[in-house]
Design a protein. Structure first.
Length: 449
């Protein structure tokens, strides 16, 4: 009986020791390495971006549009109404700096005065010249008449005297005819001079009238009723007092139509291939964290751009918000989740579980009983946090989020269905010229299929 008690006590001690070491091993794994479970279910490929609301349609509030005709390429905003102010048609919006234009306006005013003076002077000169010509014609006409009387009175004179009187009359008539022709030419000349100075005066007067109307447009008013939203410059910053507007795009502000809003966002060049028009988008608002809206991708840019303070190329994407919401305002920040794809009944794991080596084999560290297996997997769709696994794992399998200690050098358990493809690839590489293999990296023995 005593021996039997000893045996029972010894067996109990052995069981306790075994349980202690088993629990200690599990605790050490759980304590040093975190595990994730392979899940099966719906997998959503979502692209998360930050955007900004703007109206789908809006009316532009423009500054002077003719300044380029006067070699003025940019103008400074002196004062502008507060953004978000609701205005009526014709209300004051902004005042632009007119100092540079004022100089040109003063120069044009002097030019107009000179043109007026030249016109008046030419008019007086031509009047005086034609008056003198007309007086000359009258005198020549009288002279011809006198010669005619002398000829008539000399009919009883000697032939020589009569001949001389005829010659004098002929000279007087010829002088009168030449003077008449010269008068006609001089009159036409003076008419053309007046046309020239008149055309010049009209041109200067027209420029002056245009400049007068442009001068009035430096006080910018609202073309329609609406809420004022500042225009953004080339750097993405809104224009304000002290900003300059360019004459090839003289927009000072806009009056948006708030019944239809669009979220303008940017997608990086890696994810843009997944985005297409017609995809649904979940839209959140920073101003209203509890509000969720739905929208649709309506436009994806074909050409990328580089945003300020960013080295990556991005593509503009426009998301039209469904329906109408009175709380939406332009420039509100949005958080967009573009739903690129939805897959049902697939296996997926966190991205942190995936590892790869130089020959492009992707693998995971899987918990198998009390051991750890380094298993190859085939990766499908991915999103910001998780990846679909099409082969290599099973539902409810436990995989490590990081590399377990001491397992870095273990061989990868390759998938059988890929061995044939690998053997074919290896045969092609072995058949290549030796020079092509000089720089080929050599895989470790444990990585060979």
């Amino acid at each position: 009986m005593k021996n039997r008690n000893y045996l029972i006590a010894a067996g109990a001690i052995i069981v306790l020791f075994i349980g202690y070491f088993v629990l200690r091993g599990d605790n050490s794994v759980a304590g040093s390495d975190m595990l994730a479970t392979v899940k099966r279910g719906q997998f959503r490929v979502e692209i998360e971006t930050t955007g900004e609301l703007e109206a789908k349609n809006s009316v532009k509030i423009l500054g002077p549009q003719q300044l380029r005709n006067f070699q003025i390429w940019q103008v400074t905003i002196q004062n502008i109404i507060d953004e978000g102010t609701v205005v009526k048609k014709g209300d004051w919006i902004a005042t632009l700096d007119r100092s540079e234009f004022q100089k040109k306006f003063a120069e044009k005013q002097i030019e107009l005065e000179k043109a007026n003076s030249k016109f008046t002077q030419t008019q007086l000169d031509t009047t005086l010249q034609l008056r003198q010509a007309r007086d000359e014609l009258i005198n020549l006409k009288y002279g011809a008449e006198e010669k005619q009387i002398i000829l008539e009175q000399s009919k009883f004179e000697p032939p020589a005297t009569i001949k001389q009187a005829e010659i004098n009359l002929d000279k007087a008539n010829r002088a009168l005819e030449q003077a008449i022709e010269n008068y006609k030419i001089k009159k036409n000349q003076n008419i053309e001079k007046m046309r020239e100075v008149s055309a010049e005066l009209r041109k200067v007067q027209g420029d002056f009238n245009n400049m007068t109307s442009v001068l009035q447009s430096f006080d910018v008013t609202a073309p329609e009723d609406g809420m004022v939203i500042y225009e953004k410059g080339w750097d993405g910053k809104p224009v304000k007092a002290g900003s300059q507007i360019q004459m090839w795009e003289p927009t000072v502000a806009t009056l948006p139509d708030l019944t239809k809003m669009v979220s303008k966002t940017y997608v990086n060049e890696v994810d843009v291939r997944k985005v297409k028009a017609g995809q649904r988008v979940t839209v959140g608002l920073d101003a209203y964290p509890d509000k969720r809206l739905m929208g649709t991708v309506v436009q994806v840019a074909n050409v990328g751009e580089q945003r300020p303070n960013s080295d990556a190329k991005v593509f503009e994407v426009r998301v039209e918000i469904d329906g109408t919401d009175a709380t939406l305002r332009p420039s509100m920040t949005t958080s967009n989740k573009i739903i690129a794809a939805v897959k049902d009944g697939v296996l997926y794991i966190p991205l942190e579980c995936l590892h790869s080596q130089f020959d492009s084999i992707t693998y995971v560290y899987a918990k198998e009983g009390s051991g750890i297996a380094k298993r190859e997997v085939i990766v499908g769709e991915t999103n910001a946090n998780e990846a679909v696994i099409t082969a290599g794992v099973s539902e409810e399998m436990r995989v490590f989020l990081s590399v377990p200690t001491g397992k870095e050098g273990d061989a990868v358990e390759l998938l059988p269905e890929l061995n044939g493809k690998r053997r074919k690839k290896d045969a092609q590489e072995n058949a290549a010229p030796a020079t092509a293999l000089v720089n080929k990296p050599v895989a470790s023995k444990g990585n060979q299929p």
